[in-house]
Each structure stands twice: as C-alpha cells, then as structure tokens.
Design a protein around this ligand. Structure first.
Ligand SMILES: Cc1cc2nc3c(=O)[nH]c(=O)nc-3n(C[C@H](O)[C@H](O)[C@H](O)COP(=O)(O)OP(=O)(O)OC[C@H]3O[C@@H](n4cnc5c(N)ncnc54)[C@H](O)[C@@H]3O)c2cc1C
Length: 314
C-alpha cells in the first residue's frame, strides 16, 4: 500500500474513529455496474463522520469524491486514485408546518414513504427515481415537468473552507438538471423542503401511478444503466426536444460499442450488457453525439457524470 495512505488512515481513524477500506471495487456502487478499484473508500453514517472525512481528506490533499446511490455516475475502468466517500447519512424529520428536514444520504424512496405517511403532497413526481436526496438536489432531479429544487427552502452544506453554512434556494441557481453545486462542488449535508397537506391515499396512488408510467417507458430495474444518458436539449429559439427522439432519428437502438449498447426500450438509456467497460460507454456516447450533430445540428450534453480515475488535487 502507498505509505502516504497508511499515514492518512492513521489520521483518519483519529478524526472519525473509523478506518478506511482499501482497493474497493466501484462497480459495486454504481447502477451501471462499471468501475475499477478506488484506492480508498469510506461509508459515512453520520453528518459528523461525513464532515470529518472531508476535512481530513482536504487537509492531506487527498483527491476525494462524494457519492450517493451511484445511479447517475459512470466510474472509470481504472477506479479512482484517492478517496470515495459514500454518503449513507439518513433520516427525515418534520420541521414545523409542512416542512421536512432530510439528511442527504436518505433515499428518495424513504423520503417519499415519510411524505405519504405524514400526508404531505408534492413529491409524487419523484416516485420511481432511484438515488439519494443529495444526488437528486445536486442534479435537480425531476420528471413529469417538475424538479426537486422547486421544493427546497434551505440547506446546510460544507463549503470549500470546510465551514458548515446554511444557504437558501436562490443560492442553488437551479436549472434543468443543474445546480450551483456542479460548479462549487460543496457537499450537501441536510436539506429543508416545503410540501403541502394532502390526503395519504391520494398521495400514495399518485406515486404508484407514476411508478407504473415509468415502468412502461424504461428498461426493467435489473438492467445495468444510469438512467437517461443525455439531457434533453433546448435548440436556440425552440422548445425542449427529447434526446430520445433525436436518438431514435439516427437509429440509435441498433448501435453498440463492445458490451455497451443502446436500450431497445428507450433510445436515451445506454446499458451495460454484461462486461462493458467505461471506455465502451464513452465511445458509444461519442458515436451517438456525432451522429445526432451530423443529422440534426444539435450537440447533446451528458446527464450521466463520468468520474475519471485521476482527478485534480483538491
Ligand atoms: C433507471 C433510472 C432512472 C432514472 N430516472 C431519472 C429521472 O426520471 N429523473 C432524473 O432526474 N434522474 C433520473 N435518474 C438518475 C438518478 O436517479 C438521479 O440523478 C439521482 O438523483 C442520482 O442520485 P444518486 O444518489 O444516485 O447520485 P450519485 O449518482 O451517487 O451522484 C450524482 C452526483 O451527485 C453528487 N452528489 C451526491 N450526493 C451529494 C451530496 N450529498 N452533496 C453534494 N453532491 C452530491 C455526486 O458527487 C455526483 O456528482 C435515473 C437513474 C436510473 C438508473
């Protein structure tokens, strides 16, 4: 093992009370089922552990990256030279009126279960989207024309100066699958959402209906993928276009690279047919982007986030 890592682990134990794991296969933490070994890996189960892990990594200049459920990520075949921190800090509480406070490692599914039990309406559109609250706010996840950022009141983050600060919705600059976190790389610790009173049965039925609609459009949950690979583009002066329509227009469903293929059910889902590498997926995406640009003059942007093995020092 790299001797620097041994020294780092000593400090890590002093600060968090827990040891790091070494050479952890990232494919096990991504719905794409792709990714080599991370040098270092830590699963944080409290806000204190998450904060201390980030602080000690920064003070030692160890490259690090926070992941939630890994449902929107493509890891590198070469893994990650540094520390992957999995956020498993969970919990949802009422926080006055129709507001809830949610720790960011909570799954969307668990948060929605809490909302249904407390008769809180609003989040039905999120039903069936996999992942954590942190990942969802980072990318302003959504469906059926709604997105999570519209419900956010404020959040507690750990900023680059290692300070815990509270920020309100305006600071997030939410856009379509976008938030300021994509630029700042601050870590979300806790979020406050405002919902509205509803009837538990109607809320539950709304969630179940949305799950059914999704099941009819998407590949089954057993298929290894990371959801829609490309964002839906807004060509200048035109309305948003579905990336899947453009991809169907180039006959994408017949295309493959190695073991990465386009789903036959949804042209914007790239799937791992077995032993696909990150290279296979990146090559397939490049091929699709080129053909869409040549045919329609539109440049598709990736929604799925690729994490290269070598990241710049923090
Ligand atoms: C079958 C399928 C269907 C999907 N359908 C949809 C859909 O309808 N709509 C949609 O929007 N998405 C969809 N997705 C994508 C995915 O579910 C969402 O993007 C989800 O919000 C990702 O959450 P995650 O916890 O898995 O994030 P991860 O994939 O683990 O991480 C994504 C990004 O968020 C960052 N991040 C995670 N936690 C934090 C944190 N606490 N603080 C700061 N940054 C953080 C990570 O660093 C990374 O850059 C789908 C995915 C799949 C596999």
């Amino acid at each position: 093992m790299n001797p620097d890592y041994q020294n780092f682990n000593k400090q890590f134990i002093e600060r968090t009370g827990r040891s790091l794991s070494f050479a952890v296969q990232l494919a096990d933490f991504s719905s794409f089922k792709i990714g080599g070994k991370a040098d270092l890996f830590f699963e944080a189960t409290s806000i204190n552990e998450l904060v201390e892990a980030l602080r000690v990594a920064r003070s030692n200049s160890i490259p690090h990256y926070v992941v939630g459920g890994g449902f929107n990520l493509l890891f590198d075949d070469l893994g990650f030279r540094g520390l992957i921190i999995k956020n498993s800090v969970e919990g949802v509480d009422m926080s006055g009126g129709d507001r809830i406070t949610v720790k960011t490692g909570t799954s969307l599914k668990d948060m929605l279960g809490f909302c249904a039990r407390k008769s809180l309406a609003g989040f039905e559109f999120l039903a069936g989207i996999p992942g954590t609250v942190g990942g969802a706010v980072y990318g302003n996840a959504g469906a059926f024309g709604e997105s999570i950022g519209s419900y956010l009141i404020e959040a507690m983050i750990l900023n680059k100066n290692e300070k815990k600060v509270r920020i309100n919705r305006e600071k997030f600059q939410f856009g379509y699958r976008d938030s300021i976190l994509k630029k700042t790389r601050d870590t979300l610790l806790e979020v406050v959402f405002e919902l509205r009173q509803g009837q538990a049965k109607i809320i539950q039925a709304g969630m179940e209906n949305n799950i059914r609609v999704r099941e009819n459009k998407h590949p089954p949950a057993t298929v290894a993928c990371a959801g829609s690979y490309f964002k839906n583009p807004f060509p200048p002066g035109e309305k948003k276009v579905a990336a899947a329509v453009l991809l169907d227009g180039i006959g994408a469903k017949r295309l493959k690279c190695g073991k990465a293929a386009v789903s036959e059910i949804h042209a914007n889902f790239l799937i791992n047919e077995g032993k696909a590498s990150s290279k296979d997926v990146l090559q397939l995406a490049k091929k699709l982007k080129k053909q869409v640009k040549d045919r329609f003059g539109i440049i598709l942007q990736e929604e799925v986030i690729y994490l290269p093995a070598e990241s710049p020092k923090p």
